[in-house]
Design a protein around this ligand. Structure first.
Ligand code: ZN
Ligand code: ZN
Length: 433
């Protein structure tokens, strides 16, 4: 069977997270998006664990669901940041942890607690090496997994320019054989990862890292898994050992907020070759630019662009429907007009992924109007052109010659401020229906 899975999200106990996060709103968002399995996020936080226990029940096969007849299944998941010194520099790296049950989570938390408080942030800071983390997690038994998170982002990632390392072994040391998968993050896609032959043996996974329960955030990147059964073991083993059964849903990497190198204050963004020519210095103010993922991949690449390694995974490239509508309307994705249109369209299909990947053209035109329908098809066929994100500013689809004001790229911290203000997802749905 085929299932759509997003394993990396956050709870209201993580920094800069929307207060609309509850299992009720997550369930609603996941159904609207078309997800079958969602990570719980933040299992390390004692209050969110309480919430998980209160809202979810375990079922046979190690997945959880809402107590009152839920449709979505949940995997116990969380993200931690490890800080350690390596070659005279401090490294700060994010890792996703997947666990087969809440009982195992209760065993792990006291061990992690010795390395840093679990109460301050849903994504706790721990003083330990990546190898130490993998060791304590895998010691808990089968199916307890660590996946390096958004491996290319400049901050807080395995291969990131600031605070990451150049080789996976430099983080995970003798525990590297226990790493099976890598999360590629929004700013990179599989072809970029294929440039580095050291990554060939890993399964590439994609998740949303969402800080909100809204369907224009959760599932924006996800995985389509071909599994024998709907169980925790099948989900995890497919990711660990059967990468041919994993197809990722990817936004265009240019949409990610760290794709190109740039300096936001000066409105400067440049592709990798130009960044190298400028030696990373902003041509406007002379300060150091934030190195984008495209340039970082170029640095570590040992293959030319376009090489497809043996066993390369399938992926599909899709921007969220909210982005498509925002582009057609020339409005911000959080504007009332975009939200209203979104709910109008999605309400007439089973879910957003159906609209994006399957709905026939005539039906799309009938429901969404000609312009949105056309752009949905361009999105499906990979014909959208994205002006690249940089230094924390999301990339945005370029307008395709029709009228309408172009919305600006949204700096991520502005978005975070917005998310903190957002109301319950149900209010949106009620208001816009
Ligand atoms: Zn992270
Ligand atoms: Zn500058």
């Amino acid at each position: 069977m085929q299932i759509v899975v997003d394993l990396h999200i956050h709870s209201p106990f993580s920094r800069a997270t929307s207060k609309d996060m509850s299992f009720k709103s997550l369930e609603r968002g996941a159904i609207v998006k078309g997800l079958d399995v969602l990570g719980t996020g933040d299992f390390t936080h004692p209050k969110w664990r309480e919430e998980i226990r209160a809202s979810l029940v375990g079922e046979e096969g190690g997945l959880y669901k809402l107590r009152e007849s839920g449709r979505v299944r949940y995997v116990v998941s969380g993200e931690v940041c490890t800080t350690f010194d390596y070659k005279g520099r401090s490294r700060r790296i994010h890792h996703i942890i997947l666990l087969p049950s809440m009982e195992v989570a209760e065993q792990l938390c006291p061990i992690l607690e010795r390395r840093g408080s679990l109460e301050g942030d849903g994504r706790p800071n721990l003083s330990m090496t990546g190898a130490e983390l993998v060791e304590v997690v895998s010691d808990l038994g089968e199916g307890c997994v660590v996946i390096p998170a958004h491996i290319w982002t400049p901050w807080f990632s395995l291969l990131g320019d600031r605070g990451g390392v150049d080789r996976i072994e430099e983080c995970y040391d003798d525990q590297t054989p226990h790493i099976y998968a890598l999360e590629t993050g929004l700013s990179s896609d599989p072809p970029m990862n294929w440039r580095v032959s050291a990554l060939d043996r890993f399964t590439l996974v994609s998740n949303s890292d969402s800080h909100s329960a809204s369907p224009w955030r959760i599932g924006r990147e996800a995985n389509i898994l071909e599994v024998p059964r709907l169980s925790y073991k099948d989900v995890v083993e497919t990711i660990m050992h059967r990468k041919e059964g994993v197809t990722t849903i990817e936004v265009d990497p240019a949409y990610g907020k760290y794709h190109w190198t740039g300096h936001r204050n000066c409105n400067v963004s440049v592709p990798p070759d130009e960044a190298i020519r400028l030696r990373g210095i902003c041509p406007v103010c002379g300060k150091r630019m934030t190195k984008g993922v495209a340039e970082r991949v170029e640095e570590l690449a040992d293959r030319k662009e376009g090489v497809i390694p043996k066993g390369a995974q399938r992926f599909i490239r899709l921007l969220p429907l909210s982005e498509v509508i925002a582009t057609v309307l020339g409005r911000d994705i959080f504007s009332g007009e975009v939200q209203k249109r979104y709910w109008d369209v999605v309400g007439k299909f089973s879910n957003e992924l159906e609209v994006l990947t399957k709905a026939p053209e005539e039906r799309l035109v009938e429901v969404c109007g000609k312009e949105v329908a056309e752009m949905v098809l361009m999105n499906r066929e990979g014909r959208l052109v994205i002006s690249p994100g940089y230094d924390g500013v999301y990339g945005r689809p370029e307008e395709t010659g029709r009228g309408g004001r172009q919305a600006e790229g949204r700096p991520a911290d502005e978005e975070e401020r917005f998310l903190r203000r957002t109301k319950n997802l149900d209010d949106y749905i009620n208001e816009s229906r």
